[in-house]
Ligand binder design. Structure first.
Ligand SMILES: [Zn+2]
Length: 376
C-alpha cells in the first residue's frame, strides 16, 4: 500500500514518515479513526514504508522485495489480528488469514460489515478470542526475517474478549525488542484503559468533504455535482461513499422490484406477491435494508408530488414516471402508517427476522394501506 493511494490524511502520513526517518517509532500505536477514514490502509502504508529497502522521501518505492511482499500482505514479519466469528474450527485470525488477505487487498477501506459479509458471517458476532494471545506470542517469538522490526497490526482491538485484552496488556507491558504494535480502532472507549495508556494515540480525522469530493470526481467518474452530493452524504467516510454509489447502481433493480411488489399488493395477487417475496428473500440483510430505504424514499417523493411543490421531486426518468402514477395511492390517510410499517420492517431485519415471513406480512399491510380511499 502506497501512501499516495490513501485519500487525504496528509498530516498523518507526514507524521508516520517522520517517525521512520528519525527512527523514533513507538512500539505501540493506536490508530483511532472512524470507519471509512482509511486508518487500516494507513497502517499498511506505514508498515510498507518502514520495511522498504529503497525508501524515497515521501513514499516507499513500491518495487523492492519488501514492498512487493507487503503489497501482497505476505511479508514474514508483518502479522495481522482481526475479528472473526468463533466456532469449533475457527479460533484465531490464522484460520481466516487467506480470506482476510483477499478482502483487504480488494478493498483497503474494508469495513467490519464488509469483512463479515465476505466470509458469509453477516449475522455472526465478531470477536478476538483468548486463543489469539498464544498465537501473538508465538509470532513474536519467531526470529525476524531480515533482523528488522516485527509488526503486529491488530484491527479493531475493541472486539477483543476480556481475557484476550488482558493478555495483550501483559504483552504490551513487556514488549519484545523491535516490535511494533499498531492497534487500529474505531472505538477507543471500548478498549481497556490500561491498554490505551500504553499506546501512542494517532487520531485520524474523517476525510474532509472537499478532499473526498475531488477523489470521487477523479476516480469514480462522477460529475462535480454528483460528487459534491455524495461526499456530503458520506460524512467523511470513503466506505459510506462507496456504499451510496452501490445503492445508486442498485436503484434500477429496486425500482423494478418495488413496482412489481406494489402492483401485486394492490389487488393482492397471491402468486405475484409470492414471486416478488421469493425474489427478495435470498438477498443479503444489508440489501433488504437498502430496499426498505429505497421504498421509503419513493413514498417521500410521492408525498412531495401530492402535497409539496412538484418541482421539488428529485427523481428523473423511469423513477419519475413511476412516482407520477403511484403517487395517487399515497395520501394523508395512509402515508404515516405506511412509513411506520416500513420502519418497523427495517428494525425487524436488523434483529434478524426471517425475510420471507417479513416481506409476506408487509405485503398484507401494503394491500390494506393501498386500498384506503383518498380522503375527500
Ligand atoms: Zn520498497
Amino acid at each position: 500500500m502506497l501512501f499516495s493511494k490513501i485519500i487525504g490524511q496528509e498530516d498523518i502520513k507526514k507524521l508516520l514518515r517522520h517517525s521512520v526517518q528519525e527512527d523514533r517509532i513507538s512500539h505501540a500505536q493506536l490508530f483511532l479513526g472512524s470507519e471509512g477514514s482509511g486508518s487500516l490502509a494507513l497502517a499498511l502504508a506505514y508498515a510498507q514504508y518502514l520495511y522498504c529497502k529503497n525508501r524515497l522521501q515521501d513514499e516507499s518505492c513500491g518495487v523492492c522485495p519488501s514492498c512487493q511482499k507487503i503489497g501482497k500482505m505476505a511479508h514474514p514479519d508483518l502479522h495481522f489480528v482481526f475479528p472473526i466469528y468463533l466456532s469449533k474450527d475457527t479460533r484465531t485470525s490464522d484460520n481466516l488469514i487467506g480470506e482476510f488477505r483477499e478482502a483487504l487487498l480488494a478493498d483497503p477501506y474494508l469495513t467490519l460489515q464488509d469483512w463479515f459479509g465476505s466470509i458469509g458471517a453477516d449475522n455472526k458476532q465478531p470477536a478476538i478470542a483468548v486463543d489469539e494471545s498464544a498465537s501473538i506470542l508465538r509470532k513474536l517469538s519467531l526470529t525476524t526475517f531480515e533482523g528488522g522490526y516485527k509488526t503486529m497490526i491488530i484491527w479493531l482491538p475493541e472486539k477483543m474478549q476480556p481475557p484476550a485484552a488482558n493478555k495483550l496488556l501483559k504483552i504490551l507491558e513487556e514488549p519484545p525488542d523491535r516490535t511494533l504494535f499498531i492497534l487500529v480502532t474505531e472505538n477507543e472507549d471500548q478498549i481497556l484503559r490500561t491498554i490505551v495508556s500504553r499506546t501512542q494515540m494517532i487520531s485520524i480525522r474523517k476525510i474532509p468533504d472537499e478532499v473526498l469530493c475531488n477523489y470521487l470526481h477523479a476516480h469514480h467518474g462522477l460529475s462535480a455535482e454528483e460528487a459534491i452530493k455524495i461526499a456530503f452524504l458520506a460524512d467523511g467516510s470513503y466506505s459510506t461513499a462507496k456504499r451510496i454509489l452501490g445503492e445508486n447502481q442498485s436503484a434500477g433493480l429496486y425500482l423494478k422490484l418495488f413496482q412489481q411488489w406494489m402492483r401485486a399488493c394492490l389487488k393482492f395477487d397471491a402468486v405475484k406477491v409470492t414471486e416478488v417475496v421469493e425474489d427478495m428473500a435470498p438477498l443479503k440483510r444489508e440489501k433488504h435494508k437498502e430496499f426498505i430505504r429505497y421504498a421509503l424514499g419513493i413514498l417521500r417523493e410521492c408525498l412531495v408530488m401530492n402535497y409539496g411543490n412538484s418541482s421539488l421531486v428529485r427523481l428523473q426518468g423511469e423513477e419519475l414516471e413511476f412516482v407520477k402514477k403511484f403517487a395517487r395511492f399515497i395520501h394523508s390517510d395512509n402515508c404515516e402508517r405506511f412509513i411506520s410499517e416500513l420502519d418497523k420492517a427495517s428494525a425487524s431485519i436488523e434483529r434478524n427476522a426471517a425475510p420471507k415471513m417479513l416481506f409476506m406480512d408487509l405485503s398484507f399491510r401494503a394491500n390494506e394501506l393501498l386500498n384506503i380511499p383518498i380522503p375527500a
